[in-house]
Design a protein around this ligand. Structure first.
Ligand code: DHB
Length: 339
């Protein structure tokens, strides 16, 4: 894949040239200069400890052992797989993805190899160097329970329940917008497995806070907010929607304020950790989410925009920001913007 740089990368402010160099004149030889202490970037999500708060979002390079192995070496603190269902699915016909000036619109149609093939891939990866979070989708509590059990037996460190795919009929958002069904699915999984369970919610829901509370009441370990928003692009020449599925999920920089708002609202109504996702492209984007109440962040579209080194780049940008602002621990800024 050819990763194209975009104009919005240049928003990252360089570290202040004045910071921590007050003693430079007194100690001109660099080895006598007081060492800048590195900020502690570790974060916890229930029982999981992440070396840094960046997580590969579901749907990008997470469908087979080879790409997952590559991504575990990318510097991410954890990895989420492509959403996996009970049986193999080809997904929608092309075009499945189109670029807009401020983000991506995609409708892949949940293409995946099915749980039984996928778990053989997982076996070859074990043990991974960073926590592996398996994303699963299904149409009812029984399907989710079966998938969860198999993922746990094949070494997944945690689960992400996809209750928010914006366009797959009978799956995702269609089940995840109904409070009762969301609660039943979450309970079915949390009562079956011993690994942490994260519930990924849709911003297309009228009240995402109520969904988050229902997930917490059903013993979810944490909330993932947000999935993509329903969108459409039209091809002027053929006078038809560009995507074969017509409607797709919109992601990327344009949706960041919506994700921040959702995390900020959810954080005031749940006590479990929140993973923020939506438009995070730079370290300061991640810090905004942390200040809104997130404990970690997921990165998807920015892998396309900045390439797979985006995790180490964003981690470095966060670290520089914290050091510049004399903050020792990432956790010191979590929720700083909350009332
Ligand atoms: C797909 C898109 C999503 O936003 C999602 O949550 C799951 C799957 C897809 O098109 O495959």
């Amino acid at each position: 894949m050819d990763y194209k740089p975009y104009f919005w990368f240049s928003r990252e402010k360089p570290p202040s040239p004045h910071h921590n160099h007050r003693h430079t004149d007194l100690y001109p030889i660099s080895r006598y200069r007081p060492q800048e202490t590195m900020a502690d970037l570790t974060t916890t999500l229930g029982p999981l400890t992440l070396k840094n708060p960046t997580i590969l979002a579901s749907g990008i390079m997470g469908e087979d052992a080879g790409s997952i192995r590559r991504m575990t070496k990318s510097g991410a603190g954890a990895i989420v797989t492509k959403s996996i269902g009970l049986t193999p699915r080809d997904g929608y016909p092309n075009p499945t993805i189109t670029e807009t000036p401020h983000g991506l619109l995609n409708a892949m149609g949940l293409p995946n190899p099915g749980i039984d093939h996928f778990t053989t891939e997982l076996d070859t990866l074990h043990p991974t160097t960073v926590p592996l979070i398996a994303s699963i989708y299904g149409k009812d509590p029984d399907e989710f329970r079966t998938l969860a059990h198999k993922m746990e037996r094949h070494h997944a460190d945690a689960l992400e329940l996809n209750l928010s795919c914006p366009h797959a009929k009978s799956y995702g958002m269609e089940v995840g917008m109904d409070l009762q069904i969301l609660a039943e699915i979450t309970t079915a999984v949390t009562s079956t497995v011993h690994i942490p369970v994260f519930v990924k919610l849709s911003p297309n829901a009228p009240d995402i806070v109520t969904l988050a509370r229902a997930a917490q009441d059903a013993h979810a370990t944490g909330i993932v907010a947000i999935n993509t928003l329903r969108g459409m692009s039209i091809d002027l020449d053929i006078r038809k929607p560009i995507l074969a599925n017509r409607i797709g999920g919109y992601s990327g920089p344009a949706i960041k304020p919506i994700g921040i708002r959702c995390v900020y609202e959810i954080a005031q109504h749940v006590t479990i950790p929140i993973i923020g996702v939506g438009g995070i492209t730079t370290g300061t984007d991640a810090i905004e989410y942390l200040m809104a109440g997130a404990s970690a962040v997921q990165i998807g579209t920015a892998v396309y925009l900045r390439g797979p080194t985006v995790f180490s780049q964003i981690t470095k940008e966060i670290s520089t920001w914290l050091t510049t602002h004399h903050i020792q621990r990432l956790t010191d800024i979590r929720g700083a913007a909350l009332p």
